[in-house]
Design a protein around this ligand. Structure first.
Ligand code: S3P
Length: 170
């Protein structure tokens, strides 16, 4: 594994990861998609049918498997991936460079608001509770995200600009 992108839901890990992989001529892997392929069921359905603990177990399992593979690739993790079990330790121990795509609470709220339905952790939240939830949740997760090798501030930047910044840091 060459690069692991981490960051909160809606931070652009998949979009930036795809573009970055193309520029580096590497394959792109989305961890959620890899879990869906292994389990043959969507992440939303995993949460609904089996619950979050089951999802976290699968997430750790697939992350471990992908990190152990020798091919150089760009991996976009899920928003919670670095924050559970020993996942962040596994990422740190691997040969990959980890990059945190950092956004402000407001920018995240603006992005996720429209995609609530597809996101099991926020799908049942009322609109008025949304900013407070994101604020608290991001606060809890930030210590894990900040362990990344690089932090890229993404507010107001296009995916192309973010990719260029990442390329300069490699
Ligand atoms: C999650 C984020 C999601 C997905 C799952 C849980 C989280 O991934 O893994 O719904 O805990 O933040 P994205 O960050 O790609 O949306």
């Amino acid at each position: 594994m060459k690069i692991v992108l981490i960051g909160y839901m809606g931070s652009g890990k998949s979009t930036v990861g795809n573009l970055l992989a193309k520029k580096l001529n590497l394959a792109f892997i989305d961890l959620d998609q890899a879990i869906e392929e292994q389990e043959k069921i969507s992440v939303l359905e995993i949460f609904e049918k089996h619950g979050e603990i089951f999802f976290r177990r699968k997430e750790t399992e697939v992350l471990k498997r992908l990190l152990a593979e020798k091919e150089d690739r760009v991996l976009a993790t899920g928003g919670g991936t670095p924050c559970y079990g020993h996942n962040m330790e596994q990422i740190e121990k691997s040969a990959a460079k980890s990059i945190y795509l950092k956004l402000s609470i407001q920018a995240l709220v603006d992005r996720i608001r429209h995609e609530k339905a597809e996101r099991p952790l926020v799908s049942t939240l009322a609109d008025e509770d949304f900013p407070e939830f994101i604020g608290k949740h991001l606060f809890e997760r930030t210590p894990f995200y900040e362990r990344a090798d690089e932090v890229v501030f993404c507010d107001g930047k296009t995916s192309e600009e973010i990719v260029d910044e990442i390329l300069l840091s490699l």
